[in-house]
Ligand binder design. Structure first.
Ligand code: FAD
Length: 291
């Protein structure tokens, strides 16, 4: 099918993009177009106006600072994936990016576009939540930042107001002594995850876990922290028994119903297995760091 008729505007600045959004309630931002254009072709989306933000100066920047990795709204997945400075402070980004679609899609799709699209099975929302990152927005009332915990509301729905442009996302640096891991199961390489789990684990010199953060996607209507699995790990020894116990606790966070891709029981099985794997891998990295 062909999309419904729409106006096309190429914004030259953030201010102009915000004005163009405010003028037309039917307007939508066009970033990489990898999700939006398909939705328009299926007439699942019919914006009256598209505002292309990919040529706005400065939005294509990646800045690695003490805060972490700040990713402008026009930065493509592949650019971030290949950025060695970003990888040095937050290796979870590259690990997760390898699972986002295929290289041609990562060459066009943007990281912030993926966050705004908010597919419940998408990898980058999971990473932003896991790292305690945030999204920065600009609207007619000024700018604000929304922590990942509040940004993702449900599948394809965020806390962004319809007249706001997301200008950048910040993925905080991992603590230098932290171990990390990311694992995903998808039906075919490049598909959205049936389930994916990420972990950040810190251990003391005796191998005891001092801090564990876990998050998953594909198992609920939005990316979720695996709080019960984190609690199961806290203060314990980072061994195979603890990883298996965390996996069992993680499975209790699945609230997806059976669908055409997987049953809820299968997702529980997957999230348990993936959690066990990432906890073991992250703990091993953390121990190597404290040795
Ligand atoms: C075959 C295929 C497989 C894919 N597999 C995966 C996968 O495994 N994992 C995954 O995560 N993604 C996957 N994707 C999606 C891909 O990652 C997209 O790049 C991403 O979802 C959207 O980014 P985009 O820049 O293309 O956004 P667009 O398609 O341009 O926009 C998506 C939505 O976000 C809004 N938006 C975009 N940028 C902004 C902004 N700065 N401010 C406000 N609103 C904004 C748009 O208005 C639109 O509603 C796949 C896509 C395809 C076609």
């Amino acid at each position: 099918m062909k999309p419904a008729l729409f106006e096309y505007h190429r914004a030259a600045s953030v201010a102009q993009a915000v004005d163009l959004l405010a003028e037309d309630p039917g307007a939508m931002i066009l970033a990489g177009g990898q999700s939006l254009v398909a939705a328009m072709n299926f007439r699942l989306a019919a914006p009256s106006r598209l505002i292309d933000i990919t040529r706005i100066p400065d939005l294509d920047r990646i800045a690695v600072t003490a805060e972490g990795v700040a990713v402008g709204a026009a930065v493509r997945h592949r650019t971030l994936e290949r950025h060695d400075g970003a990888h040095a402070v937050n290796p979870l980004i590259r690990a997760a990016q390898a699972h986002v679609a295929h290289v041609p899609i990562r060459n066009r799709g943007t990281v912030v576009g993926s966050l705004c699209h908010a597919d419940a099975a998408a990898e980058m929302p999971l990473v932003l939540l896991l790292c305690d990152g945030w999204v920065e927005l600009e609207g007619p009332g000024g700018n604000r930042r929304i922590p990942a915990e509040q940004f993702f509301r449900m599948h394809l729905t965020t806390a962004r107001a319809s007249d706001e442009l997301a200008t950048r996302a910040v993925f905080p640096a991992l603590p230098p002594d932290a171990g990390w891991a990311f694992a995903e199961f998808a039906r075919r390489k490049g598909d959205y995850a049936i389930a994916a789990v990420g972990a950040i684990v810190q251990c003391d010199a005796g191998g005891r876990i001092t801090r564990a953060r876990l998050a998953a996607c594909g198992i609920s209507s939005k990316p979720v922290r695996l709080g019960r699995a984190e609690a199961a790990l806290a203060g314990g020894t980072a061994d195979a028994t603890a990883a298996a116990e965390a996996g069992r606790a993680a499975a209790t966070h699945v609230d997806a119903a059976d669908d055409s891709i997987a049953t809820a029981a299968y997702r529980r099985h997957l999230v348990a297995a993936l959690t066990e794997r990432v906890v073991a891998e992250a703990a091993a990295r953390a121990r190597r760091g404290t040795e």
